[in-house]
Design a protein around this ligand. Structure first.
Ligand code: 6GU
Length: 231
């Protein structure tokens, strides 16, 4: 998969893209992530990318010209057309199901905005899917883009180690609409806190039953909304 990200702050991506699973997937050639600075495409002599809103009001608005030119430039960098995704709090809420859909694409083009908003013609002209990561306001789309990249890349074949991916497919409780069951590792007793006996029993059927029940109980207790959705 190729992921292009259009942003005014490519440096913000340095941390997340250069560690752990995303780093490993990039190194293995499972994903290629290309960052492009929208500002590089500003036709303005001061490299301005934003301006005052028509009709008045506070703040600045991201201008069409640098975004369209940047988008048209990166489109040509690969033969795959790509799914354009505009990061905005006005978008459809990101979910595991959406991550799964995106993971089937050959190419994603993420567009991260800043300032008080985009010129509306960016929304309409690029024919992009609008995506939000939740009902709160971030200072820009970059963190949202990184969230999406992480959630998508870990779903790509070979991105997780063997152990992890096996676990993911059979037990990924969120994918099945449930929270995950509780996990324990050594020691058996830590400051009087014991590992549940069933996990030490070696009875795999019993362990599987216990885990299913735990997952159901904690979903009922902590995220009843997930059960309603999957009813
Ligand atoms: Cl995608 N962008 C911004 N600026 N804020 C958000 C968001 C995106 N998703 C949730 N809040």
């Amino acid at each position: 998969m190729r992921i292009d990200c259009l942003t005014l702050f490519p440096e913000m991506f340095d941390g997340p893209l250069n560690h752990s699973i995303i780093k490993r997937a990039s190194d293995a050639g499972i994903v290629q992530i290309a960052l492009t600075n929208i500002r590089d495409f500003s036709a303005d002599k001061h490299k301005k990318v934003d301006d005052k809103p028509y009709g008045g009001g506070p703040g600045q608005v991201l201008m069409c010209q640098p975004v369209f030119d940047c988008f048209e430039h990166i489109e040509k960098l690969s033969g795959d057309k790509g799914l354009p995704i505009l990061l905005t709090p006005q978008g459809q809420k990101f979910s595991q199901a959406m991550a799964q859909q995106f993971s089937l694409e050959k190419r994603l083009i993420l567009i991260a905005g800043r300032y008080e908003g985009f010129d509306e013609r960016i929304r309409t002209g690029l024919n992009a899917r609008q995506v939000s990561i939740g009902d709160y306001v971030l200072s820009g789309g970059e963190l949202a883009a990184m969230v999406i990249i992480d959630a998508v890349v870990r779903l790509l074949a070979g991105a997780l180690g063997d152990e992890d991916s096996a676990k993911d497919e059979s037990f990924s409780e969120l994918a099945g609409g449930f929270l995950e069951y509780p996990q324990y590792t050594r020691p058996e007793v830590f400051r009087d806190l014991k590992v549940p006996q069933v996990l030490l029993s070696g009875d795999h059927a019993k362990i599987a039953d216990w885990r299913r029940l735990q997952a159901l109980e904690r979903t009922q207790k902590w995220r009843p909304d997930l059960l309603e959705k999957h009813q």
